[in-house]
Design a protein around this ligand. Structure first.
Ligand code: PMP
Length: 285
């Protein structure tokens, strides 16, 4: 059945939503995005995603075509129109359509392009939670501003395909011997009860789920260390996991050919998943 999507101010059937071939998003990957999860028809951490969107736009000197209040209304209307109980809302804003191709930014009065659409997914009872994910390591060959959530996702896409080809679920990217993050998630290890995840910087996306999970871990008196960790350290860890808006907290049970800990989902990861889902569903809007 056709979805109702949002395109530049209009709610339309998906087949009627059109973007120009000159759009900067299409020609230059000149755009940013956000993915917000929906549970029981409500948005998880909308404020966190709206704030990061604002930051991504600011870093690229791009203006938002909508206010945060309007954005919330658009999200809510899409959830209602498409009867989304569980799934995601994808949002993309690009520098718009200058009417031709040119490396230089178009005049500042060029209207940004904004599109949003819904996806349904089984997020709460994702079968991967019980099995845990297998990851393979790949070299991190992305650009140096991974803190901006741009739509240039070709390298993460190649990394995901390399993982699939190796019979794994995802890739962990490694730079100078240290793990940066997963292809579309933040990476963590647990050693001696301590949760270790890479510190914030330009090398990783500042995950909205990461921020919430670390906050909950600290309030549950769990020890957290934000620093770079090596691939070797990860393989010798007691457990490993990833976080993202659509997988929440997901255990990792194997890295390359090495089982992590017992090779089964770890108790810290499962506990954090439970706390995260509990708290975030209470705060959903
Ligand atoms: N890192 C990367 C590279 C990602 O693509 C994502 C998900 N978009 C994340 C981390 C997790 O971020 P969030 O928790 O905000 O979904």
């Amino acid at each position: 059945m056709s979805r109702t999507v949002y395109c530049n101010g209009e709610f339309l059937p998906e087949e009627d939503a059109k973007v120009s071939i000159f759009d900067r998003g299409f020609l230059f990957a000149d755009g940013v995005y956000e993915v917000t999860s929906v549970l029981n028809g409500k948005l998880i951490d909308f404020d966190g995603h709206a704030k990061r969107l604002e930051r991504s736009l600011g870093e690229l000197q791009m203006a938002s075509p909508v206010t945060t209040e309007e954005l919330l209304e658009i999200h809510r209307k899409l959830v209602a129109e498409n009867n989304i109980e569980e799934g995601m809302i994808y949002l993309q804003i690009t520098r718009g359509n200058p009417g031709d191709r040119d490396f230089a930014f178009p005049p500042s009065d060029t209207k940004p392009t904004i599109v949003l659409f819904t996806q349904t997914a089984n997020l709460l009872h994702n079968p991967k939670v019980d099995q845990g994910m297998k990851v393979v390591s790949v070299e991190d060959q992305r650009w140096a501003r991974r803190d901006i959530k741009t739509v240039q996702l070709l390298y993460p896409s190649l990394a995901k395909m390399a993982a699939k080809a190796a019979g794994a679920d995802d890739a962990w990217m490694v730079e100078d011997g240290a793990v940066t993050e997963g292809s579309s998630n933040n990476a963590y290890i647990v050693k001696g009860g301590k949760i270790i995840t890479r510190h914030l910087g330009n090398e990783i996306l500042h995950g909205i789920t990461r921020a919430a999970v670390l906050r909950f871990a600290k309030s549950a008196q769990m020890e957290v260390e934000e620093r770079a960790f090596t691939l070797e350290e990860a393989k010798e860890a007691d457990e490993a996991f990833v976080t993202s808006a659509s997988t929440f907290v997901m255990p990792v049970v194997q890295i390359d050919d090495t089982p992590v800990g017992t090779g089964t989902p770890g108790s810290v990861a499962l506990r954090l998943r439970e706390i995260y889902l509990d708290e975030m569903q209470k705060a959903a809007v």
